[in-house]
Design a protein around this ligand. Structure first.
Ligand code: GTP
Ligand code: MG
Length: 248
């Protein structure tokens, strides 16, 4: 993380001091690229909103609780390129980084994550480039989420461009842990102490167990509802005079 304004300024100056064109041209190229990533976010966001609306209509509950998104900040972009040993140019941003455009989809239950992720992956304009399932295989610190890198064509005035978007899918509970963990740890060295690491991990496990129980409760209720609907349907058949006649 760049600590001072001077460091941030230096990093950004480096991005803008390439060999071709003026700094003004490169700034414009950079801003245009960010605009394109923003458009890619809108495309993917709409897909999740459509899925949520349809599934809410069909199941009478919302599989998606909320969607947030961000375009990576300029100095974070430059820092990451430098960390990766990549050239600090506008071209190198789209070549080397997968997470300039980021969307976070917060789902109600664990199975909703897999359902909406699969539905998105099946769409024929989406190419899944990579998946990291930190739900089945949590990070050692307890972090859980389902990450996808996808490519999507976005249609601009001069034709279509394939853009990459990082998608993080989590339950409300996983999001609660990740947000607080991020706030607690941000720039604080004592957060690396073993007792704190293990306490955070233990919280993640408690939360994961609660997520699993909540899903269990929802499924039990769904099954009970189904059974009672089936019972009602049987009752209706028997009480209908025509059916009674047929059965007798
Ligand atoms: P980055 O270089 O940080 O983008 O990581 P990566 O390319 O190895 O990808 P990874 O899938 O591990 O993580 C990508 C993003 O997931 C991060 O930028 C965070 O937003 C989130 N994330 C990953 N690990 C953690 C974690 O331990 N805690 C929290 N709060 N968020 C995490
Ligand atoms: Mg990242």
């Amino acid at each position: 993380m760049a600590e001072t304004k001077e460091e941030k300024d230096d990093l950004l100056r480096e991005l803008l001091s390439g060999e071709e064109g003026t700094a003004f041209d490169r700034m414009n190229q950079f801003m245009e690229l960010m605009m394109r990533y923003n458009s890619a976010i809108r495309e993917v966001r709409t897909k999740f909103e459509v899925l949520n609306e349809e599934l809410s209509y069909k199941t009478s509950r919302n599989p998606i609780e909320s969607i947030t998104s961000r375009v990576k900040k300029p100095f974070s972009i430059v820092q990451k390129l430098r960390r990766m040993g990549k050239p600090l140019t506008v071209a190198s941003i789209s070549e080397s980084l997968n997470d300039v455009a980021g969307i976070r989809v917060v789902c109600s239950f664990i199975d909703d994550i897999y359902k909406v992720a699969e539905m998105l992956a099946m769409q024929d304009d989406i190419t899944v480039v990579a998946v990291k399932d930190y739900i089945r295989k949590p990070k050692p610190n307890g972090y859980r989420s389902y990450h996808m890198i996808v490519e999507i064509p976005v249609f601009f005035s001069e034709g279509k461009q394939i853009m990459r978007v990082e998608i993080q899918l989590r339950t409300v509970a996983m999001d609660f842990w990740a947000s607080l963990e991020h706030q607690i740890k941000y720039k604080k060295e004592s957060a690396d102490r073993p007792e704190i690491v293990s306490e955070l991990k233990s919280c993640a496990e408690t939360i994961a167990a609660t997520d699993a129980r909540m899903l269990g409760i929802r499924k039990r209720i769904e099954n009970l509802e189904k059974e009672s609907e089936e019972e009602n349907a049987k009752g209706q058949v028997l009480s209908s005079p025509v059916q009674r006649y047929v059965i007798e």
